[in-house]
Ligand binder design. Structure first.
Ligand SMILES: [Zn+2]
Length: 315
C-alpha cells in the first residue's frame, strides 16, 4: 500500500507537473497571440504615420512645387516694367542713378555698378554676354537698337527678362544722320524712334512690358540742344541716361583697346572724366566686332567684385 500511495503520490506530482506545463503552454500561446496582436497594432501605428508621411510628403512636395512655381513666376516680367519680378531687388530708378553719376545728387548710396551693353541684340555675342553674367551671378542692363528686335531674336529678349536683366531703348535706327542731321537733334524723329522701338519690344514681350530708359545713340553728352527732346520724352515718362565709365570698345580705332589688359586699363582710367562717385554706369557693347569686350567681361566683373561693388540694373 505504501508503494501504491507512493505511486499515487508520484502520479499526482506528475499530474501537477503536467498541469503546470499545460498552464505554461497556454500562457505562452496567449502571450504569443497577445504579442502578435500588439505587434500588428504597432505595425499599423507605424504604417499609419508612414502613410500620412507619404500623403504629407506629397502635399509638401506639391507645396514645394507651388513654391517652385512661385519662384518661377518671379522670373516673369514685372507688369509695367523692364525687368522680372525678382530683379526688383536690385533695380534702381534711372533718374536717381543718372543724377548720382553726374554729381547732381547722392540719391544712390554705396558701391553700386551698372553694367550696360549697347547696340544689341546680336544673335551671337548677346547670348555669350548672358552666359558670362549667369556664371558670375550678376545682372546687366541692355540698351537695344529697335531694328534688332525681330521675331528671330525674340528668345534672346525673353531670356534677358527670365535671367534677371533689364531692357532699355537705344533708338530704332541708331543712325546719326536721321537722329541728328547736321548734328542738330531731330526731335520728332527721336521720339518716333523711341516709340517704335517700344512697340517692337511689346510685340515680343507683351503690352505689360515698358521701359522708361533711353540712351541717345552717341550719348547725351555728345550732342547740343537736346533739352526740348529730353522734355518731350519725359512727358512720355522716358528718361535718358549716359555712363561714367567705359571699356573703350567703341572709341576711335587709334585709342580703342586691343587686349583685355589694355581694356581694363582704359576702363579704370575712364573714371577721371566724370564726377567722383561710388556709383558706376559702365558702357560696353554687345554687337558684331566687340568680341574683345565679351572676352574681357569676366575680368571686368571681377574688377568690381574685388572692390566690393554690388550689381544693379536700371528701371
Ligand atoms: Zn550705340
Amino acid at each position: 500500500m505504501k508503494k501504491s500511495f507512493e505511486i499515487i503520490g508520484k502520479n499526482r506530482k506528475a499530474l501537477n507537473l503536467c498541469l503546470i506545463i499545460t498552464n505554461l503552454a497556454v500562457l505562452a500561446i496567449l502571450g504569443f497571440v497577445l504579442f502578435q496582436h500588439q505587434n500588428s497594432k504597432v505595425n499599423r501605428m507605424v504604417k499609419t504615420p508612414k502613410n500620412e508621411q507619404v500623403s504629407k510628403g506629397s502635399s509638401s512636395s506639391s507645396k514645394e512645387a507651388k513654391k517652385e512655381a512661385k519662384k518661377e513666376d518671379k522670373t516673369q516680367l514685372k507688369k509695367g516694367s523692364n525687368h522680372s519680378i525678382e530683379a526688383s531687388d536690385y533695380a534702381y530708378d534711372v533718374t536717381a542713378v543718372n543724377n548720382t553719376i553726374r554729381g547732381k545728387s547722392d540719391d544712390v548710396k554705396g558701391k553700386v555698378v551698372f553694367l550696360t551693353f549697347d547696340d544689341g541684340i546680336d544673335p551671337t555675342l548677346t547670348p555669350q554676354v548672358m552666359d558670362i553674367l549667369k556664371e558670375y551671378g550678376v545682372h546687366a542692363t541692355f540698351f537695344h537698337i529697335g531694328y534688332t528686335i525681330t521675331p528671330e531674336n525674340g528668345d534672346i529678349l525673353k531670356r534677358q527678362i527670365t535671367e534677371g536683366h533689364a531692357i532699355a531703348n537705344h533708338s530704332l535706327s541708331h543712325n546719326f544722320n536721321l537722329l541728328y542731321p547736321g548734328r542738330v537733334p531731330n526731335q520728332s524723329q527721336i521720339v518716333s524712334e523711341v516709340n517704335q522701338t517700344m512697340a517692337n519690344f511689346q510685340a515680343i514681350l507683351g503690352k505689360d512690358f515698358k521701359t522708361r530708359i533711353f540712351r541717345y545713340p552717341g550719348g547725351h553728352m555728345s550732342w547740343q540742344g537736346l533739352e526740348s527732346t529730353d522734355h518731350a520724352l519725359a512727358k512720355e515718362d522716358i528718361q535718358w541716361i549716359d555712363w561714367n565709365m567705359l571699356c573703350g570698345d567703341a572709341e576711335p580705332l587709334s585709342v580703342r583697346p586691343t587686349t583685355s589688359e589694355s581694356m581694363m586699363a582704359y576702363m579704370d582710367g575712364s573714371q577721371k572724366y566724370f564726377p567722383e562717385t561710388t556709383v558706376k554706369v559702365v558702357l560696353m557693347h554687345d554687337t558684331a566686332g566687340k568680341e574683345l569686350t565679351v572676352q574681357t567681361l569676366p575680368q571686368i566683373i571681377e574688377y568690381f567684385k574685388n572692390q566690393g561693388y554690388t550689381f544693379g540694373v536700371l528701371e
